[in-house]
Design a protein around this ligand. Sequence first.
Ligand code: FA5
Length: 350
Amino acid sequence: MSEQIELLRKKFEESISQVRDASELETLRVNFLGKSGFVTTLLKGMGKLSPDEKKKMGQVINTFKTSVADAIGKKAEELHELAVKKEIEMTPEFDVSVPTDLSRGSYHPITLVQRQCENVFKSMGFTVEDYSEVVTDYECFESLNIPKFHPARDMQDTYYLTNGQLLKSQTSAAQNAIYRKYKDQLINEGKPIKAVFPGRCFRNESTDACHENTFFQMEGVMVGKDISISNLIFFMKTMLSEVFQRDIKVRLRPGFFPFVEPGFELDINCLICGGEGCPSCKHSGWLELCPCGMIHPNVLREGGIDPDEYTGFAFGLGLTRLAMMKYGVKDIRDLNSGALVNLEQFTDDE
Ligand code: FA5
C-alpha cells in the first residue's frame, strides 16, 4: 500500500504541475479527493489490513490526503492571482487627465452601506477580502458541507457555465480559501482569523419587492480558540448599531445551514412599515437580514483547521436588504434599475 501511495503522490505532483485553470483543478480534486477518488479508494482498501497496519496506514493516508488538499488550495489561490493579473494587463490604458463635462456622479446606496460595514469591521480588526464571482462547485457547496444532491442546494439554484463553474450564490463560497489563506497564522502564531468578504451573488430566483436575482452579501468569519456564540452576537449588535446609528429591533431564531451548527436567522424589524407588514417584508413585519452560526467542524476541517482545537462563527449579511432598510427603499428592484433619479439622492453621510 505504501508503494501505491508513493505512486499516487508522484501522479498527483505531475498532474497538479500541468493544471492550467480552475476547472482542470476541480477535475483533479474530484479524481483524488472525491467520493470515488484515489484517496477514498485507498481508505476503503484498509478493510483487509490487521488493526496495527490499519492504524499505521490510516495515518499515512490521512497525511497524504491533507497534503493533496493543501496543494489544491494553494494552486487555487495561484490561479486566482494569475487570472487577476491577466485581467489587469488586458485592461486598456486610459488618460485620466482628459477633461470631461460629465456632472459628478454619486455612490450607489449598496456601495455606501458596504463601505460603512467594512469600516465597522476594520475598526474591530477584521481584514476585508475580495473574491471572484465565478467559482467552482467545491467552493460554493462541497467545501461547505453541502455534497452533491443535498436538498440545501435547492434554495440556491444559480447560473452555471458550460465548463461546470458557476456564478456564486453566496459569499460563503470564499470561506474555504480564507481559512486556507490564514490557517498558518492561526496555528503557528495564535492569531485568530477575522475577515469579512463582500460580494455580488446570483440566484435563479423569481423576483419580488425583497428578492433579486443579483444581490450583494457580506460574509464574515472569526476563528480562534474558544470563540463562542457570545462573540457572534457582540459583533452583530455592534455592526447594526453603527450602521443605523439608533436602536433597532432584531430577533434571533434557529435556522438551518449545513455549514453552521448551531445556525440562526437574524431578522430586522421592517423599517419601511415599522413592523406592521408590507410587500417589502412579505407582510410579516420582519426581514431576514443576516443568517449566522458556529462554523461546522467539517467546514473547518476542510479548510485545514482542527475543529477540536479551534472554533469560530460565520455570518452572511444581506447588504442589498440592509441598503433597503437604511435608505427606506421599498422595492429591492429599484436598486438595480439604474434609474439615476432614484439612486443619486443618497450621499455618503460618513
Ligand atoms: C446564505 O446565503 C448563507 N450563505 C448565509 C450564512 C453565512 C449563514 C454564514 C450562516 C453562516 P441566505 O440564503 O439566507 O443564506 O442569504 C443570506 C441573506 O442574503 C438573506 O438573509 C438576505 O438578506 C440576503 N438574500 C438572500 N437571497 C436574496 C435575494 N434573492 N435577494 C436579496 N437578498 C437576498
